[in-house]
Write a protein that binds this ligand. Structure first.
Ligand SMILES: [Zn+2]
Length: 123
């Protein structure tokens, strides 16, 4: 199961747990946390950039990241998802894969069906 990073939306105001970044293991189809499990303050998910940067630092990576972000800003979720999906396969970047799945979700795809589909492809 993937590890997600969260931090308080008001840095410095959180409890011991959320004043700094904390990690939590969640199933991929679980809804993201909106509140700190310890103090209930609002938290947001952090996209771990350093982990991605270690895997791939090429210009192409930066360009692809930009493109995905552009699609996301325009609300072109299926475009963003497909690009992130393709990109994550190439770079073996779990973070980008999660991003792809989130964008698929926003595009209205059924994630359970997608995962089943993936498993079928593996066999
Ligand atoms: Zn807290």
């Amino acid at each position: 199961m993937p590890i997600y990073e969260y931090e308080s939306i008001e840095p410095g105001k959180g409890c011991k747990k959320c004043a700094t970044r904390f990690e939590i293991i969640q199933a991929i189809n679980e809804a993201p946390l909106s509140d700190c499990p310890n103090c209930g303050r609002k938290v947001k998910k952090v996209i771990s950039r350093c982990r991605a940067a270690i895997i791939e630092t090429s210009d192409e990576y930066v360009r692809t990241e930009k493109k995905i972000t552009e699609y996301e800003k325009k609300g072109m979720w299926s475009h963003a998802a497909e690009l992130a999906d393709k990109h994550s396969e190439k770079s073996k970047d779990r973070g980008t894969k999660i991003r792809a799945l989130e964008n698929y979700k926003k595009a209205g795809y059924d994630l359970n069906l997608l995962e089943k589909h993936e498993k079928t492809n593996d066999n």
